[in-house]
Every structure is written in C-alpha cells, then in structure tokens.
Write a protein that binds this ligand. Structure first.
Ligand SMILES: Cc1ncc(COP(=O)(O)O)c(C=O)c1O
Length: 404
C-alpha cells in the first residue's frame, strides 16, 4: 500500500474514542496484485481471435495442473462453480449426505444443496480450525457419500485420517481448496491428493482472474465429466468440432465456462504464485512473533509437515481475559484503519440453514467457540513492512485498551 502510512503525533488514544488512528488509510484484509505483464496478457487476448473456448483456457489449465501436481485441471467461472461441478461429478444427489466443517464460506455447503444432497456438519479441531476426523466418524451414516474438507486459511487438513475413513467406506473426498493454492501436505501440493479439488480465483485469493475457479483431478473420466458439466453437458468444445455443426447434449450441465480473457490473466498470475506465497509466509511469521507476546491473542494455527498457503491470518481472542468483546475489538481495529474481518459465522448458524435443517448452537461447539473469537487481519503479498508494523501496532493499542 502507499507510504507513508503512519501518522505523526499522539496515537495512544484509541481512534474509536477520538484519538488519532494508527494509519491514515484503510488497509484491507486482502487484495489482488495485477501488474503490467497481467495487463499485457489480457490485452493480447482481446486483440486475438478467441475470447472464449480458445487456447488460453487450455494453456491455463495445463500450467495449473502442473503447478499443483494433478493430471487434469478444468477451469470454470468461479470457485463456487468449481465446487458445484466437483459435487455433481462425484455423483451427489437427493438422499446423499456429505460431511463438512461449518467453519467455512457458505459456498462449501451450498454446493451440496445445488445437487439436492444434505450437508452434515461435523466439528473442527480447535488446534487447527480444520475438520476433526474423529468428529467425522461420529457423523457417518449409511447415506454418507462424501467428505468435503476445507483447508481453512490455507492450512492443510489432516488428509491421512480423512483418506483412511473415505477408503474404508468407499466415500469420495471433495476438497475445498479456495484458501489453499500452493499449500502442501506431506510434501504434496493440495490439488494432487483427493478425488476432486476445487480452487477459487476471487481477487483476495492467491491468484485472481476477477472471478474464476478450477477443479483438479487425476481421473480422466471425472475430468471429461467436468468439461461437459461446465458447457451445458455438451460432448465437445467448439474448437474441437471439425466440420460438424452438431452439439450433442449428453449430460446435465451449466454454462460455467471461464473465458480466454480470464484465463490469460490467470496464467500470467500463476507465474507469481511462489513469490506471493513466500511473502505471505513472512507476514504470518511476523504476526506470529508479535502475538506470542500478547497473552490475550492466540496466533493462527500452523502444523509441522505441512506448507501453509496463508490465504488469511485468523487469530483468536481470549475473550475471557478481555473486558471488551470481539465486536468491540473489531470496531476499534477498523477505527485505526486496519481492515479486520471475521472468517466465518459458522454455516449452521446462518438463518437459512437454521430454518431448513433445524441447526443451531450446540451442534458444533468448537466451531462455534472459534466463530465467536476469530478475527482476520490483513494479509496479502503487496503489504509493505510498514503496513505489517501498523497492524501489529494497532493490535497492541487495541488489546491494551480491551484488557482494561
Ligand atoms: C472456502 C471457500 N469456498 C468457496 C469459495 C467460493 O469461491 P468464489 O468466490 O470464487 O465463488 C470461497 C470464496 O470466497 C471460499 O473462501
């Protein structure tokens, strides 16, 4: 972000109470990085012959598959479309149950509804904020068809135990890796482990196409089904048709295509993925070191044997040690121009889910407790060292006030 960000003068009084904020301008929790090479790639595509159904899509898919170590990657119009496509080709339908963590974005659960199947919420492990395999076991039923783990914040789930449960029962694993491009579990990239893995290219994610998503798989039959599903269930892509006007719809499908314009941007962005991941690691490490000295703050979880992709930095407040609650801390940080937010209100507590499925507090206590205490701090590769220092200074200032 632009410098200088720190203001001269007295900053000890909380901005919420009329003092001077730590920063002059709001620092968002995440933001895209689009450079001149991205712009050139998009403009070149706009000048070319193919705006959609063209070669940029295939190039992006091939590069993405290579990046995550999967055999196939199928580009779609959003991360939500990626989850829907994955859930559909996994064969989910009415009567099927899918076990997932409620500490996620709504799209993870909604994709199950799109297929007419039923989401079954299992609790998280508070040590990782990810789906707890022991809780998954408790939610298994004869109707369970799949497990849908989310690599929350970019920290890989306990894939070994989840795979063991899935293999023993013949269940599909559909991974929501919207937070986890570049993450690794046991030396393997997320995207190369499960049956189907869904990614998002929303602007706050590791790479962006504006809107966009990808599904990876090693299974050629699933890859073919995914390609059909994103294109109305039609058998072949336009550019593959040689001299025939026929478009045979052979399966159910949608228009979930990603255009060549989006794909050109995605391919260009992919070249900077590793640099972005490294910067994210540095920012997270600085936060971790600073919050180790604040007993009221539980730093974001990490885990040995994994590479964290650090999509977001979710800390938890020890509200038992604070006079002020999470909402007050959130408002105080915003007043300091630090764009804190919360990921997430657990899905089972949303009004729609409560009404439709009769869910509510008590169903997943660990996720609910986390949901009450979480705060996401700004984390994106273009943050300067001064931005990082501002966030830490604002946290120290706000926590000093909140502890009373
Ligand atoms: C965990 C998770 N799943 C799914 C999605 C949906 O992705 P998109 O916004 O690209 O549809 C998101 C994006 O916000 C997400 O964070």
């Amino acid at each position: 972000m632009s410098e200088p960000t720190r203001l001269a003068g007295e900053t000890d009084t909380l901005a919420l109470l009329g003092g001077r904020p730590v920063r002059e301008r709001m620092l968002p929790y995440g933001r895209q990085h689009v450079d001149e090479s991205d712009i050139r790639a998009v403009v070149e595509t706009l000048r070319g012959d193919w705006l959609t159904n063209g070669p940029a899509v295939a190039r992006f898919e091939e590069a993405f598959a290579a990046q995550v170590g999967a055999r196939f990657a199928v580009a779609v119009s959003s991360g939500t479309a990626a989850l829907h496509a994955a859930a559909h080709v996994a064969g989910l339908g009415p009567g099927d149950e899918v076990i997932l963590s409620p500490l996620t974005f709504l799209a993870t659960a909604n994709c199950i509804l799109y297929c007419g199947a039923t989401p079954v919420f299992a609790d998280i492990d508070p040590a990782t904020l990810n789906l707890n395999p022991g809780q998954v076991e408790k939610k298994l039923s004869p109707r369970t068809k799949a497990i849908l783990p989310v690599h929350y914040a970019g920290l890989p789930c306990a894939m070994g135990p989840l795979q063991a449960i899935a293999q023993a029962r013949g269940l599909r694993i559909i991974e929501d890796a919207a937070h986890a491009l570049g993450a690794e579990w046991n030396g393997r990239r997320i995207g190369s482990l499960g049956d189907l893995t869904a990614f998002s290219f929303h602007p706050v994610k590791h790479i962006t196409t504006g809107e966009g998503g990808m599904v990876t798989t090693d299974d050629p039959a699933l890859a073919e089904k995914l390609r059909r599903f994103r294109n109305h269930g039609i058998e072949r892509q336009v550019r593959d048709r040689q001299g025939t006007w026929r478009q045979d719809m052979v399966a159910f499908g949608f228009n979930y295509r990603l255009s060549d314009i989006h794909s050109a941007l995605g391919l260009s962005q992919l070249g900077r993925l590793e640099a972005g991941l490294r910067r994210r690691e540095i920012i997270a490490a600085r936060y971790g070191a600073a919050f180790a000295a604040m007993p009221e703050v539980l730093p974001a979880p990490t885990r040995s044997g994994t590479r964290h992709a650090w999509h977001i930095y979710p800390l938890r407040l020890d509200t038992d040690r604070l006079r002020e609650d999470r909402e007050a801390v959130f408002r105080a940080l915003r007043a300091e121009n630090v764009g804190a937010t919360v990921h997430y209100l657990p899905v089972h507590l949303h009004p729609f889910y409560r009404e439709r499925f009769g869910t509510g507090r008590g169903l997943c206590p660990a996720a609910e407790e986390a949901g009450d205490r979480l705060l996401t701090l700004p984390l994106f590769p273009q943050m300067t060292d001064a931005d990082i220092a501002d966030v830490i200074a604002a946290m120290a200032k706000v926590i000093r006030w909140a502890r009373g």
